[in-house]
Design a protein around this ligand. Structure first.
Ligand SMILES: C[S@@+](CC[C@H](N)C(=O)[O-])C[C@H]1O[C@@H](n2cnc3c(N)ncnc32)[C@H](O)[C@@H]1O
Length: 179
């Protein structure tokens, strides 16, 4: 099992202090973060695309989570979690509508006042991938990265307000809280 994401290791103590112990790992991948959080005493729900969930069914790690869900089950699930974790998922969703539906589903499963922890690939603030790049939304390289200001703009319509963030090399992590 690979090491948990930096933001998850860094912020898990903060979420414990907030008593935010019920977590949805949304886009769980190989479950590295879900397993880490379960070991730290969190109640973890893990979700991913149906094809990835099928692969995970044979994986012993699923015994460490309370439930493994396919994304098509999530809109009706109302899990009422304290924290949604999104680690290296949002920056690979390229379609505008799909991004908003991902966020709407996250919010639908989050309790009022709950948290969203997002870790994404970033470029350095104000950096373009090369001198010919003028519009990151139409540039294949830049569009796979996000800054905290860009995330703020995308998340605000969903009632999510940033309370903390940091940059590290080519990653950016931020905690948002529901109104
Ligand atoms: C780069 S992996 C990251 C996995 C994990 N979060 C981590 O940090 O190791 C991206 C994951 O997001 C999943 N994914 C892609 N689009 C998604 C979507 N619309 N909703 C939920 N998961 C998605 C992929 O199947 C994949 O498992």
């Amino acid at each position: 099992m690979t090491r948990a994401a930096e933001s998850v290791r860094r912020y898990s103590r903060f979420f414990k202090k907030q008593n935010a112990l019920k977590v949805l790992d949304y886009g769980t991948g190989n479950m590295r973060n879900a397993v880490f959080l379960s070991d730290q005493g969190f109640r973890v729900f893990a979700a991913d695309l149906p094809e990835q969930v099928e692969k995970l069914r044979a994986c012993p790690a699923i015994r460490r989570v309370e439930r493994l869900l396919a994304t098509d089950e999530l809109p009706g699930s109302r899990l009422d979690v304290d924290l949604v974790l999104s680690s290296y998922v949002f920056n690979i969703i390229m379609d505008h509508d799909e991004r908003h539906s991902y966020l709407a589903t996250a919010v639908a499963n989050l309790r009022p006042g709950g948290y969203l922890l997002m870790e994404v690939r970033c470029r350095q603030p104000h950096e373009r991938c090369d001198t010919t790049c003028t519009d990151y939304f139409s540039c294949a390289e830049c569009s796979k990265t996000l800054t905290h200001e860009e995330l703020d703009t995308l998340l605000a319509p969903h009632g999510l307000r940033r309370i903390s963030h940091y940059y590290r090399s080519h990653a950016m992590s931020a905690i948002y809280q529901m109104d």
